[in-house]
Write a protein that binds this ligand. Structure first.
Ligand SMILES: Cc1cc2nc3c(=O)[nH]c(=O)nc-3n(C[C@H](O)[C@H](O)[C@H](O)COP(=O)(O)OP(=O)(O)OC[C@H]3O[C@@H](n4cnc5c(N)ncnc54)[C@H](O)[C@@H]3O)c2cc1C
Length: 291
């Protein structure tokens, strides 16, 4: 399949990109790695008349680690994170490197970008889950200036975000390390988007759980923070594989699911139970008890 005709523009700086976005209006779309947009265009799910290629905007390919956390340029690829920047992620951001293995196959990871993934806003995309899990800030630019959007307010629903048509994501900022975080997911085939994904971030002090967050993908139109798990993870007690499984059951049972989720509600609840247990055990470095 071939896309509908379009005009192609190549830019080399973020300012050039947002100036063109402002000039060309609603007919224009950015293209980064093209790993989601080209498929959408081929299937006529997207028909931009003007395509602005930001793939050569080299200044947005970076990872900076400092006192204020981790800053990743929007054009950094998934593969650069798992290879070139693996060392930068040590001591606190390993969960991000670990998550890259789940994104498609190597050719997709060498072209696909963090900015493209967050802008595309698939509810099971690893970057979207990580952004919500780790309270990331999405930094965006337009001719009107720069603004920062908390990840918790960025995702609106299926492929829908707080991004205005003339805005471009330039950076994702992860403000704090996550030393006890992990992700687990289930996909039908290796490289497919997850059917269900679970990401957890625990606060552990002197071996006791002082709080935590569980974020789920595949249970609704956007990444969902499981509130019931947050309460269960404030016990002040050490986490055991039994309490992890109990927390996972409570999380699964508390979800408001209908049969429109792929596989149906019963199947999805079962996956949530299993994957939350696995992610909690991994984050707390516990043996998962087989149930
Ligand atoms: C077979 C296959 C399997 C895949 N499996 C997974 C998976 O398991 N998990 C996963 O997370 N992803 C998966 N993907 C998607 C992949 O991760 C893409 O790289 C990603 O979703 C989009 O990144 P991109 O740079 O290719 O964006 P593009 O395809 O270029 O763009 C996607 C959208 O984002 C917009 N956009 C791009 N960059 C910016 C920016 N900086 N600012 C504002 N808007 C922007 C575009 O206008 C477009 O609307 C898969 C893709 C394929 C083809």
């Amino acid at each position: 399949m071939k896309p509908a005709p379009f005009n192609y523009h190549r830019v080399h700086t973020p300012d050039q990109a947002v100036t063109l976005l402002a000039e060309l209006g609603d007919d224009a779309k950015l293209i980064a790695g093209g790993q989601s947009l080209v498929a959408m265009m081929n299937f006529r799910l997207a028909r931009p008349a003007q395509l602005i290629d930001i793939g050569e905007v080299a200044e947005l390919r970076y990872v900076h680690r400092g006192n204020d956390g981790l800053r990743i340029g929007a054009l950094t690829t998934h593969h650069a994170i798992e290879s070139e920047y693996r060392g930068t992620m040590a001591n606190g951001f390993e969960v991000i490197v670990d998550a890259m293995q789940w994104i498609g196959h190597l050719p997709i990871r060498t072209r696909g970008t963090i900015g493209g993934s967050i802008a595309h806003a698939d509810a099971t995309a690893e970057w979207c889950l990580l952004a919500v899990l780790l309270d990331a800030e999405i930094v965006v630019l337009s001719v009107r200036g720069r603004r920062s959007i908390p990840a918790g307010e960025f995702f609106y629903g299926f492929y829908s975000t707080a991004l205005e048509p003339d805005e471009m994501i330039v950076e994702i900022h992860f403000p704090a390390t996550a030393r006890h975080a992990a992700m687990a997911e289930y996909a039908q085939r290796h490289g497919d988007f997850a059917v269900v994904a679970a990401a957890v971030n625990l606060q552990i002090e002197d071996g006791s759980i002082q709080g935590g967050r569980v974020v789920l993908g595949g249970v609704g139109p956007l990444p969902v923070i499981a509130d019931s798990a947050g309460a269960a993870l404030s016990s002040g007690q050490p986490l055991s594989s039994t309490s992890a499984a109990e927390c996972a059951s409570e999380t699964a049972n508390s979800l408001d699911l209908d049969d429109t989720v792929p596989g149906g509600a019963v199947y999805t609840r079962g996956l949530v139970r299993h994957l939350v247990t696995r992610a909690l055990c991994k984050a707390a470095q516990l043996e998962e008890s087989v149930r």
